[in-house]
Design a binder for this molecule. Structure first.
Ligand SMILES: [Zn+2]
Length: 278
């Protein structure tokens, strides 16, 4: 009842009307996709193939455990998922020697990158903890107001974080600030096919969250386990990142089961700060 009234009001608004229409279209597309996925589950689940895993750096067997390959296409050795393997494939291929660089990862969900890198550091955002201080041994940082000095890192990694930030423009600009000249932000975020224009789903008004669209959550390794989706990104994502960061974004996409890279939202984005990497 309540959402229906909201929707009928939103549909009459010149600003929110198109967003609601776009959202419904997207939902339909996802539902359609789910039906197609549903049909293919029996054939997919249990499918295995040999290949090389960039996360554990060895020959392995990749196994499909379910229909949502993004989370269910696992390396049988290190249990990595496709986006993790694709990020490390991009690092290994285009940033050779990255293990010697000053690497920072925001909200890491595993140890896969840290174990190769001598000067690796990471941080998480904890509500109510002072930024720049440590909580249970983990540094607290807010991407929208990082406490690191300018020009600190060569490589800044975020995996599926940008769709959960209220102010991604500030986060992109902050990440650029703490990168050295020529440094790169290497990241993943769901970019929705056929969605022409990105839009926020929720925003902060003072300390209050204002929901522009129905609340949507993804799993979160910290806190209460739920991460609010604040933005849906579409075709203009790279342009937005460029204008927010003042840098240039390159999108890498491959689908290659011999590297265990297949599934939904395969893109790895690399935003490079102007200047030459040392
Ligand atoms: Zn592996």
């Amino acid at each position: 009842m309540y959402p229906k009234i909201l929707k009928s009001i939103a549909l009459r608004s010149p600003v929110f009307g198109p967003i609601v229409i776009e959202r419904d279209r997207l939902r339909q597309e996802v539902a359609q996709f789910s039906v197609e996925r549903g049909r293919s589950v029996p054939e997919l689940s249990g499918v295995m193939n040999p290949g090389y895993c960039h996360c554990c750096r060895q020959q392995t067997v990749f196994e499909i455990k379910g229909s949502w390959l993004r989370d269910q296409y696992l390396c049988s050795n290190c249990f990595s998922i496709p986006r993790q393997r694709h990020i490390q494939h991009v690092l290994d291929t285009y940033f050779q020697g990255w293990e010697e660089k000053n690497v920072h990862e925001s909200s890491p969900s595993n140890e896969l990158i840290s174990r190769y890198c001598a000067s690796y550091s990471s941080s998480q955002y904890f509500e109510g903890v002072a930024e720049g201080t440590f909580f249970n041994g983990v540094r607290c940082e807010n991407l929208e107001s990082l406490t690191f000095p300018d020009h600190t890192f060569d490589i800044f990694i975020t995996q599926d974080v940008f769709e959960h930030i209220f102010d991604p423009a500030r986060a992109a600009s902050e990440i650029t600030r703490v990168l050295k000249p020529g440094g790169v932000h290497v990241f993943t975020a769901p970019k929705h096919k056929g969605l022409r224009k990105s839009y926020p789903r929720a925003r902060l008004q003072g300390n209050q969250i204002e929901y522009l669209l129905e609340e949507s959550y993804h799993g979160n390794p910290v806190g209460d386990g739920k991460a609010l989706v604040t933005w849906d990104y579409g075709d203009d994502f790279e342009e937005l990142m460029n204008s927010w960061s003042g840098s240039t974004t390159t999108t890498y996409i491959i689908r290659d089961r011999s590297l265990g890279i297949d599934g939904e939202y395969l893109e790895v984005f690399v935003t490079r700060k102007k200047g030459d990497m040392e």
